[in-house]
Design a protein around this ligand. Sequence first.
Ligand code: HEC
Length: 133
Amino acid sequence: MRRLVIGLFVVAGVACGPPMRNTPVEEIPKLTKLPEVMDNQSTVMDPLFKKMDQSAFNDDEWAAITAASTRVQATSLKIKDFSKGPEFDALAVKLNQQATVLGNAYASKDVNAARQALADMKATCKECHKKFR
Ligand code: HEC
């Protein structure tokens, strides 16, 4: 039953962009495939990338920001298990640092810092995809 539910979830996700995946953060170190790690990232980051030009964030959006920071700090560490060399690893570290900056922006509710961190993270996703995907 659980498998069926997960299967339906994945199929539904494929219809509209990358599959939604919300692995519990403490289980991210146990993932065995890079696309699963990536899907966990896009699930939390894509909705925020769409909002990063806003001049303010409401409570729900701030909650999504701190959740994304925590999740991407875990996924970016995990990315290195699928290393494609030093340059690849450096981009994973960069994403990890940017996710921490995003968390700090949440802590101080600094809208401009959050927007900047989101823009920087998006650039890192793109840079790595251009070079290694
Ligand atoms: C260090 C390099 C690197 C970084 C940083 C990175 N990616 Fe990826 N990403 C990859 C690679 C390599 C693949 C292809 C994986 C494969 O198909 O085996 C990929 C694939 C993907 C996929 C497709 C997964 C699938 O189901 O096939 C998504 C979605 C994705 N990345 C989202 C993101 C997002 C969002 C970010 C930034 C928050 C990000 N990635 C940052 C390297 C990276």
